[in-house]
Design a protein around this ligand. Structure first.
Ligand code: FAD
Length: 396
């Protein structure tokens, strides 16, 4: 058709959308993917780098196949501005890319104004979030390796919604898994901004009590409001200060800054509201927003699994819209989040979501979904297969 689609962000949502717009248009739509990173690095399984059973290389997938097999034009740069009237994207190097439809999957950025200490020069190098897999993941692992036996690792969790609800609790398991072997006198302190464990609560609490007896301590209602970097001390809205040897501070999040800057983040100035039939922004026409950046419907987590499915629904809609065909009115998708409680044992939570035409939103299908009864090694193999499969679906 000669139509032009630009995709911003080569993560779970954007890579999937880029591949499937090409595939489902029989390679007739021109797709340019803008992504600053040389390779895709998966957040799923990245907690296992902290636990020591995976290396970052095990989670790294090149973009080559999108280019070679699917004919996606890959531009290694950052999108700095979008002009919705002219329908153009400006890149860091000044190039201007025109589009008929824009697909935006920029993931999250951090609301540093809510933790002012993190804005001081150098703070971000010392107090790590490791909430985007890559150099920070490796650096946090080094901090754990350098810590003395008997030290405290504190994980600060923001008030929901944030990327990957069970992720911080999986991380607590992985850090405890490492410390139990290497520094058994140490402690993992979970400082949760929420009233309770946001996902798989009973399962995680049982693991902490039984498998890592005494090492993991959970404290709810600990909303971090500042950090003193020099003394590695966290400050909270209500509770007393906490000092830690390793401080993993996961700040509150919003849609990636390019989405906010373009006026797409209409919900709480943080998340982008979309029409779930097409993922087109409710604020700005011809821009489709996917993944963690969107305002989710109840029960829909901010997960890679979800972003992959957003990518397919949006790709199908974009191909239809650019070809003058009707858009599918019945999107149905599922979600599975696996969490590793050790190097081999896993628990999962699953759900199914359908479009409700009356409510014009996604709803959880009655009676769908489920939860593991207990951590088990069979699901450990499933979880690794899930990762291999979704990386291939998005990138191969
Ligand atoms: P991302 O995958 O983050 O992709 C965004 C991309 O956009 C990035 O590559 C970024 O470089 C690029 N970008 C941003 N701004 C620009 C710009 N201006 N110009 C160009 N490019 C830009 N999910 C699961 O389903 N299962 C799990 O087991 C799981 N475990 C997790 C564990 C951890 C520790 C974490 C942190 C997350 C986990 N997740 C998991 C969540 C999952 O990683 C996210 O939900 C998913 O990455 C969201 O996809 P996305 O496309 O929205 O964003």
């Amino acid at each position: 058709s000669g139509a032009k689609v630009v995709v911003i962000g080569g993560g779970f949502g954007g890579a999937t959308a880029a591949k499937y717009v090409r595939t489902w248009s029989n390679n007739t739509i021109d797709v340019t993917l803008v992504e600053p990173n040389a390779n895709f690095i998966s957040c799923p399984l990245s907690n296992l780098v902290l636990g020591g059973s995976r290396r970052i290389e095990d989670l790294t997938v090149p973009y080559d196949n999108l280019v070679k097999r699917h004919g996606v034009k890959l531009v290694r740069d950052i999108a700095t501005a979008i002009d919705p009237q002219k329908r153009t994207v400006t890149l860091g190097n000044g190039t201007v890319l025109p589009y008929d439809r824009l697909i935006l999957s920029p993931g999250v950025d951090f609301l540093l104004d809510e933790i002012p200490g993190l804005k001081r020069p150098g703070a971000g190098d010392r107090i790590l979030h490791a909430w985007k897999a890559g150099p920070q993941t490796v650096a946090l692992r080094r901090q754990l390796e350098a810590m003395r036996d008997g030290g405290t690792v504190a994980i600060s969790i923001p008030v929901a919604p944030y990327r990957c609800p069970p992720g911080p609790y999986e991380r607590a398991c992985q850090i405890a898994f490492y410390l139990k072997q290497a520094k058994p006198k140490s402690k993992v302190l979970i400082l949760d901004g929420n009233p309770d464990v946001t996902s798989k609560g009973a399962l995680f609490k049982k693991v902490w009590a039984e498998q890592y007896g005494g090492m993991v301590e959970y404290r709810n209602q600990h909303k971090a409001v500042d950090v003193d970097v020099a003394t590695q001390t966290l400050k909270f809205e209500v509770q007393d200060d906490v000092k830690a040897d390793v401080l993993n501070l996961i700040p509150p999040q919003s849609a990636g800054s390019i989405a906010v800057k373009t006026g797409l983040a209409t919900a709480n100035k943080r998340w982008c509201e979309v029409d779930f039939l097409t993922f087109e922004s409710k604020a700005v026409p011809n821009i489709h927003v996917l993944g963690d950046a969107i305002q989710i419907a109840p029960g829909m987590p901010k997960s890679g699994h979800m972003a992959n499915q957003h990518g397919k629904v949006a790709a199908a809609a974009v191909v239809s819209l650019l070809s003058g065909r009707p858009v599918d009115a019945h999107p149905l998708y599922n979600n599975t989040c696996y969490s590793f409680t050790s190097d081999k044992e896993v628990v999962h939570v699953a759900s199914v979501h359908r479009y409700d035409a009356e409510k014009k939103t996604m709803v959880t299908v009655d009676g769908s979904g489920g939860l593991s009864p207990a951590p088990n090694t069979l699901e450990g193999t499933y979880a690794q297969s899930w990762a291999n499969t979704i990386w291939a679906d998005a990138l191969a």
